[in-house]
Design a protein around this ligand. Structure first.
Ligand code: GLY
Length: 381
């Protein structure tokens, strides 16, 4: 069934609050977008699941800023709740973090009719979603993403999971949320570098399938970073695009792979930089998208002017676009090729890339020749 936006995303100027309706595999849910939604968590959850108890899972950084507001909102509507606070950072998204969360949820006697509320960025959302998926063989989860990246990507679409020592996101489950509360005011407390990194995933939706959205972003990007109607518009547009793709292909057997635009090169660079502050995920995606456009041009698929336009926009925002923009050492071309080959987007040895024939026109290319990729990387380094 197709995903539909119940309040169509028209223009940035008229974007106070938005709701994007996701209809995936017969389990529809709403994504509410706008400022002040964390303060409404109680009322919205009470309306969705009367009588449910709620376990809020969050990290210590997010707890310091937002937990009190969410707890007050739940208390105001008489919802019984507990909070589980984990350590911030990617390291928490592993077996130990999963054990901590699952055991805390069992200890709090969270049952199938109750709800787990993931309050935080991608690490909290992925970990909590997976904990909810396996707890008692499946407890429903509400996602309350507090970063731009998680509002436009990880909180929507049901991918949950943890990292294995052998690679990121290798253990997980598809577990769609029953509600997403994307409080755009939560982004005001984030470092601007993090908001800009999340913005790369917003640009991705324009680049992969909506040239008009990319045009808008070229004009309005400052409002997305700084806040205001442009931000609400851009988050809603991104969620709408993701919802449509996920509704067509929940389990990534086809079109959903388009969401990996920029991620094959990007993941290799992120891994090469040791998943550290040297290169945030969204920054890696920005370089990866610029490289995906340049690689597509090298293959004769994409006009050079589109490559230039993409690079210029990302640079104007202050995002990196070149491998040389990553501070510190990176693996050589052989090392990057090994990292690309390890990526989960490799199917039986053949390289799968998301390539483009222009802005807004991405496609899945299977059997990409590794020698072409190697020659390209040698050329651009
Ligand atoms: N972040 C890519 C996906 O949700 O499929």
């Amino acid at each position: 069934m197709p995903a539909t936006a119940s309040s169509p995303v028209a223009t940035a100027a008229e974007a106070p609050r938005r709701t994007v309706h996701v209809d995936v595999a017969g389990r529809p849910y709403d994504i509410h977008i706008g400022p002040g939604l964390l303060q409404e968590a109680g009322a919205r959850i009470a309306a969705l699941r009367p009588g449910a108890r709620v376990a809020i899972v969050t990290d210590a950084n997010v707890a310091a800023v937002h937990l009190a507001a969410v707890e007050a909102s739940l208390a105001a509507t008489g919802i019984e709740h507990v909070a589980v606070v984990v350590e911030p950072g990617e390291k928490t998204k592993g077996y130990k973090g999963l054990e901590q969360v699952v055991e805390a949820l069992i200890g709090a006697r969270i049952e199938r009719r109750d709800l787990v509320l993931a309050l935080g960025g991608g690490v909290v959302g992925d970990l909590t979603g997976f904990a909810a998926a396996v707890l008692r063989r499946g407890v429903d989860v509400v996602q309350a993403p507090t970063t731009l990246l998680s509002q436009v990507d990880s909180s929507v679409g049901g991918k949950t999971g943890i990292n294995s020592p052998q690679g990121k996101n290798l253990v997980g489950a598809f577990h769609q949320p029953v509600l997403v509360l994307a409080d755009t005011a939560a982004l005001d407390t984030l470092p601007v570098r993090e908001v800009k990194a999340g913005y790369a995933e917003v640009v991705k939706y324009g680049l992969l399938g909506d040239a008009a959205f990319f045009d808008t972003l070229e004009k309005d990007w400052r409002g997305v970073i700084e806040g205001g109607p442009e931000r609400i518009f851009a988050v809603a547009k991104s969620c709408e695009a993701k919802a449509a793709i996920v509704a067509r292909d929940e389990k990534e057997t086809g079109d959903r792979a388009l969401l990996n635009l920029g991620h094959t090169f990007g993941h290799a660079l992120e891994a090469g930089a040791g998943f550290s502050d040297r290169l945030l995920h969204g920054e890696a995606v920005a370089i990866g998208m610029a490289l995906a456009f340049a690689f597509s041009r090298r293959l004769g698929l994409c006009p050079g002017q589109d490559v230039t336009r993409v690079e210029r926009h990302l640079q104007a925002v202050g995002l990196p676009t070149r491998i040389a923009d990553v501070p510190g050492d990176l693996p050589d071309t052989d090392g990057l090729m090994r990292l690309i080959a390890q990526d989960k987007k490799v199917s039986r040895g053949a390289l799968t890339f998301i390539l483009v024939s222009g802005i807004g026109e991405a496609f899945v290319a299977k059997d990409v020749d590794g020698a072409e990729v190697r020659a390209f990387l040698d050329e651009v380094r």
